[in-house]
Design a protein around this ligand. Sequence first.
Ligand SMILES: [Zn+2]
Length: 287
Amino acid sequence: MDCTICSSFPMIIRPPRNTICGACFEGIKCALALVSSSELESRLADRKLSNLTAPNKGLGDLVEWIKYMKNVERELNERICFLAGSLTAFADQIHTDILIKPGDGSSISTHRSILATRSGIFKNMLDSDICKAPPQDSTIPIPELTHDELESLLEFLYTGDLPPEKIEKHAYPLSLAAHKFEILYLEKFCERHMLRSLNVNSALDVLEISDICLNQKMKERVLGFIVRNFEEVAFSEKYETFCSKNPHLSVQITRATLAEARSNRRPSGEVCSPKVVGRDHGGVFRI
Ligand SMILES: [Zn+2]
């Protein structure tokens, strides 16, 4: 069916205004439902955009909502620019007062206040006597990170963000460091990146990290991916090394794969409940 909204014809020969295709109809319905969601309505009410909280919403309201969101984006970008000023203090080494020593290379000077506000673990370390020495004598060792990885960790602590090439390169060690130092926002940041870029080559590494970090949600997502692509994963170069290093995970992969195969053999129409395929860190593991 031709559509008055998405038709490629010039306006003058388009179908009547009440002719709309299914895709446009569903798209508009979803967009209006999004604007009507209770959370957004309360935000609009806070901003005194009362015309957007009226019961009869239309596409005009949707345009107002998009304008509102553009303003929110602009305000947030301004705020991010303002907060990113602290990165300049780090880059220019202004009033730094503690050193961090990576596994290789030279120590990096940073600010106690940034470490303490971003991580409770760092705060406890800084409260200890060892770190109360003068700045030139105070050093926190983080031997598991290389100089490059540590720089990226610190950049994230100052800005809450990392350029794509840095997160791509350091997602695994940063994820482990975030777990160790209880930097939840960095953990989520790494998790989003790892799940977005999940593929046959990365799946086993991400599964291992999700296991170490006790991230059950991510583990279930990755295990599901491995089960769906088991043939490619099982014949990949790293699978044998992975299995000898992580026997408990290889058992879980095997059980999940068998459970999936059994589920696929069930006659259609039979309802199957989630199956327990293993237990890990006290939690039941289902697919
Ligand atoms: Zn259309």
